[in-house]
Design a protein around this ligand. Sequence first.
Ligand SMILES: O=P(O)(O)O[C@H]1O[C@H](CO)[C@@H](O)[C@H]1O
Ligand SMILES: O=c1cc[nH]c(=O)[nH]1
Length: 263
Amino acid sequence: MPASLTCYHLGFGLADLGTAPPTTALLCGAPERARQIALATDGVFCIKPLSENRGLHSYLATLDKRLPLLVATSGMGAPSLSIVVNELFALGVRRIIRVGTCGSIQDHVKTGSIVISQAALCRQGAADDIAPPEYPATADPFLTVELVTAARRLGLDHHLGLTASVDTFYEGQERCNTSANPHLLRRLQGITEEYRRLNILNYEMEAGTLFKMAGVYGFSAGCVCGVLADRVAGESIVPGRKDMAQKNAIRVALEALRTPVCS
Ligand SMILES: O=P(O)(O)O[C@H]1O[C@H](CO)[C@@H](O)[C@H]1O
Ligand SMILES: O=c1cc[nH]c(=O)[nH]1
């Protein structure tokens, strides 16, 4: 990509990334989480905010003044993530860790803990524009080992397993009591129980498409999410769990980058 070009959606280009452009990105659904990582996390030094175009807050940073890091926002859902990831790849990013939040659908996966996704059941329309539905949505195994090792080292309650990535927070995750739409399509009624029996751990809305893009484009992707909803007990976000869940997901991602065991 020519240095003079600005990515249309991200709102910055290679010329903004200095002489050693980051090849690693942390990608959050929420702009506040990107801001928190870049501006209020031990060991992360923000070189400069890059853009807030369309609410996609991005920062140029380093980890421990050593590893160049892009901290970016994907927005919610796969269509937005696909645009952001496409443009990050064009800028030379080759390793992406999604640092997200999720809802647990298993009794043993408690709120406040974290889930590291080894692969995703990808029920996402955007991903079908990139690869066929049956194309595997898998995380980079080495990066995933780094995330699990980091969680262990930090002594955090964590789970490694399968994630369901879907397009909607309400209908697609079988919410009808807390949704403005109480009518669920027949094919979605009972879907959470079905996924539970398939040993899927959690619901979120981006990992599957990220993993498929990683396979097709040729980059390394991982995903760590803090659990803030207990979908065995109910539909709502559990108050008071969000901060800890997010903080733990951030800690795991940074620790994985800090102390790699696979390379
Ligand atoms: O907290 P983030 O990273 O946005 O992730 C989760 O939260 C959003 C829904 O509330 C979706 O984007 C879902 O994947
Ligand atoms: O239940 C949840 C919580 C966060 N994000 C989701 O997609 N679902």
